[in-house]
Design a protein around this ligand. Structure first.
Ligand code: ZN
Length: 275
């Protein structure tokens, strides 16, 4: 019998229609007249942490030059709950934009942040199948770099995020490194090649003035690395590319705009696993 590929039509794995829809009116009302209360400048080839109370907004801004950022998010009150890029990818898409949510790992599985504005939303998908802000890559890291190139490089996003979290928690990097997780690749332009389905990157279209904005659904601790790849148009995990800082801004919502809103609860699953 000859082999043949299934003629069946693809079906979307998850019935996401049952998720709460993006309440644009609610978020627009909260961001109308919001007030900036803090900012953190992330230096090139380095990382920094920032806190965002539930119900506040934060923006990641491109300043000075085209630059990609690697974002980690934790429950500020429990580092064991953190952003789950894999499930976010399954629930939304390989790249995220306005209206999409960033979900937390099991057993919490709740939206920890909602994207409320994205100046690069216009990009959509290009002829190579690339998009912006992916949840498919992990983060550049010194272990993969060592495996492939045999050298120690200390300013990969994984190390930048690790140092930032170690500084924030006042713990040794070896104690907290395991909390660093798969990222949201902010401003990065990526996809899978159409022929071999390999992960690729191309120069990001981000320019100073562009930003992506999030609503914190729970109390968040964030960490952002300004990737050593710069705009990720040529290489990463080295010092050969021009790199620029990224600016994180924190905003308090407009007065009274959150009346009736409450932070989402962790998953209601019983956790008995059939035992
Ligand atoms: Zn990186």
């Amino acid at each position: 019998m000859s082999k043949s590929k299934t003629p069946a039509k693809p079906i979307i794995c998850y019935s996401v229609e049952s998720l709460p829809t993006f309440d644009k009116v609610f978020y627009d009302n909260a961001r109308d007249g919001m007030e900036k209360i803090d900012e953190v400048l992330v230096q090139p080839r380095d990382g920094s942490t920032f806190n965002v109370p539930a119900g506040h907004f934060f923006r990641i801004n491109s300043i000075e030059g085209a630059q990609v950022g690697d974002l980690n998010l934790w429950n500020a009150n429990d580092l064991n709950e953190r952003f789950f890029s894999g499930k976010t990818r399954q629930l939304h898409a390989s790249h995220v934009t306005t209206g999409d949510r960033l979900w937390s790992n099991l057993p919490g599985l709740r939206p920890v942040a909602t994207i409320t504005h994205d100046t690069l939303e216009w990009y959509g998908w290009d002829e190579d199948g690339a998009g912006i802000h992916d949840v498919i890559g992990t983060r550049c890291d010194p272990y993969t770099n060592f495996m492939l190139n045999g050298i120690d490089y200390h300013h990969c996003c994984h190390s930048n995020l690790t140092r930032a979290l170690a500084t924030h928690t006042e713990k040794a990097t070896t104690e907290i490194e395991h909390h660093v997780h798969d990222v949201l690749n902010v401003f990065m332009c990526t996809g899978f090649t159409l022929d071999t389905h390999q992960y690729f990157m191309k120069a990001s279209p981000v320019r100073p003035g562009d930003f992506i904005e999030f609503f914190a659904e729970i109390d968040l601790l964030g960490a952002l690395s300004a990737c050593p790849g710069g705009d990720c148009g040529s290489s990463h995990s080295d010092d050969s590319t021009p790199c620029y800082p990224l600016l994180v801004e924190i905003f308090k919502p407009s007065e009274g705009s959150l009346d009736g809103w409450s932070s989402p609860s962790p998953s209601g699953y019983s956790r008995t696993h059939g035992v």
